[in-house]
Design a protein around this ligand. Structure first.
Ligand code: AMP
Length: 214
């Protein structure tokens, strides 16, 4: 299974793709997590990505395409993978198609999580992430067992720098102008499955499973 999660920031792609990856036993490849890790480790990639991320813009296509192309060649991706946060532009999608064609593989489905914009803003403001393992929580809909502490690894939960309100507006605008055109891109390839993204986390997971079994 090679899957892509599409949807605006705050739609729940990270949470759902992580859970689905666990159910299917394949890795979740999150470009946002890869970049945040690079920033935390102060690598060359991190230094380059930081200013784009902090302003709510996108890291240049050629940088991100290079990272993903390498990552999906890893041995743990041989039985499949779930892309979360990539592609984000039509150019990235075209480059991914080229890379897949050259090694004879295809994308099986694109799961598009649909949530209206008002909901997204309120979701992003309550979001907390683990400073170590990146696991996502939400103060109202998915709270940690102990306040500000990750259920998984016990590290401190933090607000992502790019979840501050001005940056959120900018990220939503970037989504509308640069990422939303991918909906029709994948619709034309008959790969798109729309998933209603409002409701309990378990309900949304069930919708994803049923969309995949269709
Ligand atoms: P995310 O965690 O997916 O919301 O990504 C956080 C930030 O990382 C984005 O706002 C971008 O600055 C950057 N980023 C993540 N994935 C991509 C991508 N595919 N292309 C360009 N920038 C990306």
């Amino acid at each position: 299974m090679r899957l892509i999660f599409l949807g605006p920031p705050g739609a729940g792609k990270g949470t759902q793709s992580q859970m689905l990856a666990g159910r299917l036993g394949i890795p979740q490849v999150s470009t946002g997590d890869i970049l945040r890790q690079a920033v935390a480790n102060k690598t060359e990639l991190g230094a380059l990505a930081k200013s784009y991320m902090d302003s709510g813009g996108l890291v240049p296509d050629e940088v991100i395409v290079g990272i993903v192309s390498e990552r999906i060649k890893s041995v743990d991706c041989s039985a499949g993978y779930i892309l979360d946060g990539f592609p984000r532009t039509v150019r990235q999608a075209e480059k991914l198609d080229e890379a897949l064609r050259s090694n004879g593989s295809i994308i099986d489905a694109v799961l598009n999580i649909v949530v209206d914009e008002e909901q997204l803003v309120s979701r992003l403001s309550g979001r907390r992430v683990c400073s170590e393992c990146q696991r996502a929580f939400h103060l109202e809909t998915n709270p940690p067992r102990k306040p500000d502490v990750c259920d998984g690894c016990g590290s401190q939960l933090v607000v992502r720098a790019d979840d501050e309100s001005a940056t959120v507006r900018k990220r939503l605008e970037v989504y509308r102008t640069q990422t939303a055109p991918l909906v029709s891109y994948y619709e034309r390839q008959s790969l798109l499955r729309n998933i209603e993204g409002v409701g309990e986390i378990s309900e949304i997971s069930a919708r994803i499973d049923s969309a995949l079994s269709r």
